[in-house]
Design a protein around this ligand. Sequence first.
Ligand SMILES: Cc1ncc(COP(=O)(O)O)c(C=O)c1O
Length: 433
Amino acid sequence: MSTPSPAFEGQLSTSRLTTAVLPHEVRRDPRWDDLERLRASHPMMDAIIEEVDGRRIRVGDHWLSDFASCNYLGFDLHPVIIESVARELRRWGTHPSWSRLLGSPRLYIDIEEELTDLLGAPDTLLLPTITLIHTSVIPVLAGEGTVLVDAQAHKTIYEGCTVARGMGATLHRVRSNDPSELEQTLRSLPATSSRLFCMDGVNSMTGNVPDISEYARICREYDTLLYVDDAHGFGVIGEDPSSSAPYGRRGNSIVRYLDESYDNIVLVGGFSKSYSSLLAFMALPTDLKNHLKVAAAPYLYSGPSPTASLATVLAGFRVNEAEGDDLRSDLAAMTKRVLDRISELGLFTLNSSGLPIIELPVGAGDDIDAVGRFLFDRGIYVTLAAYPLVPRSQVGFRIQITAANTDEEIDQLNEVLGELAERFDMQRPPVPC
Ligand SMILES: Cc1ncc(COP(=O)(O)O)c(C=O)c1O
C-alpha cells in the first residue's frame, strides 16, 4: 500500500477530530438570541420525536397531542397514499437522479397535467421545494428591475428577493395589508423599470387571507407581475366557498377561492403541507415555464424530488377527489370549536379567517418560554412563535389543526386553553371605543 500524500494525511487526521474548529468565529446577530436560547433549552424546539400514533407524538417518554403539524388533510397517515408508494418504488427505483432538464420520469408530467387541471391554471411547473423556487425564480423574474415585497412575506420570499437584489434588482418593502401603499409606491416608480410584487397567500402566522383581488387589480394597472406564495392555502381553500363549505371545494388554492383569474399572477404552492410530500409548484404561462426550464438553476442542476414524494402526490390527488371536501369540512368544524373556545375565554388571536392556523400572542407580563413549558407539560405540542420569526408584539404560539386530529384531542386542547387563560396574562381583544 502506498504512503498517503501529506495533504491526504492532513484530511485523515482532521476527520478524527470530534469538535470541528472554524478558522474564525461566526458573526452572531443578537436578533437571534431569544431563538437561540429557546432552541437550546426548550422541549418544544429542535425536539427529537421518537414515535407517532395518529396525531399523538412521543418526545422522550412524554406523549403529546400534535398541533404543530402542517399536514392539514392528514394525508401523511392515509393508508391509500402510504400503500401507493411501494408500487411506484418498484417501477422507478428510489430516486430519479437526473436533473429535470436531463429527463423527468413520467410521474412528473402526470402531476403537472393533473395539477394544471385542478388549479384551472394555464400551466404548471414542478420543482422540489418552495424555498428553491423563491431563491431561483424571483431573481429571474425581477431581473435588474424593481422587486417589491410585502413586509409580512415569508422569510423564504425575502431570501429570494435578497438574491434578486444581489443580481441587480432594486428592493422595496411595502406595508402589509395595505394595497394603497403598494399603489403609491408603484406610481412613484419610473414607468420604464420592470416590476415584481411578492407576497404570501394564506399567511403562515395569522392564518388570514389577503385581498389578492385588490392587489391583482393594482398590479395589472401598473404593469407589475404579482407573485403569490400560497403554501398554506393550497389543499385547504378552494373554489366556491359557501356557508356549507366555508373553505370552498377541491382545495385548489387562493386564486380560485377568491374567484380571480391567473392573468398577471404567478402562483407558488407546495405539496409539503396539505399533501404531506416533498414537492412544490408554480402556476404560470407556458412560455414562462419554458424559459424557467433553462433559467432557473434547480431545473438544470438540482436533484429532483424522490419517487416516494411523487407517488404520494399522485395518490393524494385521488384521495383529494374522493374525500377532500369531507376532510376540509371536518377541519373547518374542529377549527371552529377551537376559535369559539378562544372567544369564550376572552383571548386574542390574529386569526379572523376561520382557517386552521391560530396564533395566540402572549401578554406583556408573559414569557413565551414559560407558556410553552406549561403547554408541553399539559400534553399539547404547538409551534412557538418567537422573535424575530414574528414581530415582538406577536410573540406567542401557533396552533395548527389537521383533519387527522380527533375530537378528543380538540377537547383536550380546549381544556388546556382554559387553564392557560387563568394562569397567564395572554393578549386580550382590544375593547371597542
Ligand atoms: C409561506 C411559506 N412559504 C414557503 C415555505 C417553505 O416551503 P418548502 O418547504 O416547500 O421550501 C413555508 C414553510 O414553512 C411557508 O410557510
